[in-house]
Design a protein around this ligand. Structure first.
Ligand SMILES: [Zn+2]
Length: 459
């Protein structure tokens, strides 16, 4: 099968090359702002004509094609220096503008999912705009070098072996290259078409449920707990310290600029750490399990914060729940995205559980749904059968069970329960209807759609 895949490498440019890269970024920004000015002027003129009852001039086209034609007609006048940069830089800026205008207009018509998109705004100096090259000399040279049009041969900070091997065996073709800057470091991302072997199966036949958390990266239904990187936790502490320092510097001072740069570098480091560990986790899951069951989290709405995985924030972390939540939110979407394509690559199956499955609140042994599991309760206690089990493990087992509705949550799976398993009588948080195990609130909240045959409470 042919897939589109990106290969991104950190660059190690000379200072002259860095200036050239920055110049292309500035050119993209210039074209974006110039185009936005034209669009705004055209809109204002048409509105004035409408108010005064005059015949209206034709609107400026908002497509990349129309914007580029307009730019080519006017560039000699507005930017006589345009020849210093590749024409692709201006095209990148105009493409970004066309996309922004389209997003705004689709959102306004209600044709675009997600929160409302505002009208594009002018981009400030230093905006991290990428420059996309689609033609010219785009190459991955021998060890640690790449070539971009106009900019030339650049050294990379890391080996480009992964891409080179595919290029030499003729299983990948470079379609484009995007140069971008993130927290002071330059990157190039090659957009490639890659020929991958079709894998029917990865040789595993098991089902594993995965519950993502913030304190621990993930809990598997096999009982395995994958702790997040220690460096990440330390990184979050440092992030708070740097943010505080930045906030206390006087606006516009050199100190504040320095603090902002160091904060940005640290933000990037934390993001990279998280991304790397997420990649390692998803690759391992896709390669070593036949079927992976994950939760369907409503990432944008976070309506599940009362019972979903984000709710597994512990007491000590709640103070910075906002920060954690944003990190967790970002990861859930990314986790699912990575699993979706990696399962295809490596021949496993991804099952996304029903959004209304109360995986955290359901007993994985008898199926009783508990009401009002508090955020800081790390251990799930079942009032019906007396099971005591780690909260995340319980949720993971429920997810694994959801994919096999013919198999009721069995005692066999709960053998991995925490050492205190079997202790009778944990206190119920709120009165629960003894017959169904469902209180009016929980039934109302989940709309009664949460029950699959295998999870129907044993009454
Ligand atoms: Zn139970």
């Amino acid at each position: 099968m042919i897939v589109h895949q990106g290969y991104r490498f950190a660059l190690d440019p000379t200072s002259a090359q860095e200036r050239h890269l920055a110049s292309h970024r500035g050119a993209a920004r210039f074209a974006f702002n110039w185009g936005l000015e034209q669009v705004r002027a055209s809109l204002a003129l048409r509105e004035l004509e409408w108010v005064m009852g005059l015949p209206r001039t034709e609107s400026l086209g908002w497509s990349l094609y129309a914007l580029r034609r307009e730019w080519n007609a006017q560039k000699q006048g507005v930017a006589p220096w345009w020849g210093e940069n590749s024409k692709e830089a201006y095209s990148s800026g105009l493409a970004a503008l066309a996309a922004a205008l389209d997003n705004w207009s689709q959102s306004r018509k209600g044709k675009r999912a997600g929160p409302r998109v505002g009208f594009p705004r002018f981009r400030r100096r230093g905006h991290p705009m990428g420059c996309r090259f689609t033609t010219g000399a785009i190459r991955d040279d021998e060890e640690r070098h790449v070539t971009l049009p106009r900019i030339g041969r650049l050294r990379t900070s890391e080996a480009t072996t992964a891409l080179r091997q595919r290029l030499t065996t003729g299983t990948a073709w470079i379609l484009s290259a995007v140069s971008s800057c993130e927290a002071g470091r330059w990157y190039v991302a090659f957009g490639c078409e890659v020929q991958r072997a079709v894998v029917e199966s990865n040789g595993h036949d098991d089902t594993v449920g995965v519950d993502l958390g913030v304190i621990t990266l993930a809990t598997l239904s096999t009982g395995e707990v994958i702790a997040g990187p220690r460096a990440l936790r330390a990184g979050l502490r440092k992030l708070r310290r740097l943010s505080r320092h930045h906030a206390r510097c006087r606006r516009g001072s050199a100190n504040r600029g320095r603090a902002a740069r160091s904060l940005a570098r640290h933000h990037a480091r934390v993001a990279h750490l998280r991304r790397d560990h997420l990649h390692q986790l998803t690759t391992r899951l896709a390669k070593s399990h036949g079927r992976i069951v994950i939760e369907d989290l409503n990432v944008s709405g976070m309506t599940r914060s009362a019972c979903g995985t984000v709710a597994t924030l512990g007491r000590n972390v709640r103070a910075k729940a906002g920060l954690n939540r944003s990190l967790a939110d970002a990861s859930f979407g990314e986790f699912r995205r990575q699993l979706e394509y990696k399962c295809r690559w490596y021949g496993s199956e991804l099952v996304v559980a029903d959004r209304f499955l109360p995986s955290s609140k359901t007993c994985s042994r008898c199926g009783t749904v508990r009401d009002g599991l508090r955020l800081e309760e790390r251990v799930f206690g079942c009032i019906a059968c007396g099971l005591r089990i780690d909260r995340d493990l319980n949720a993971a087992i429920n997810l694994a069970g959801w994919a096999r509705p013919d198999v009721a949550p069995s005692a066999g799976e709960t053998e991995n329960a925490c050492p205190r398993g079997g202790q009778p009588g944990p206190r119920p948080a709120r009165p629960v209807d003894a017959g169904t195990g469902i209180t009016p609130e929980s039934a109302g909240m989940t709309g009664g759609r949460c029950h699959r045959p295998g999870l129907t409470p044993a009454s």
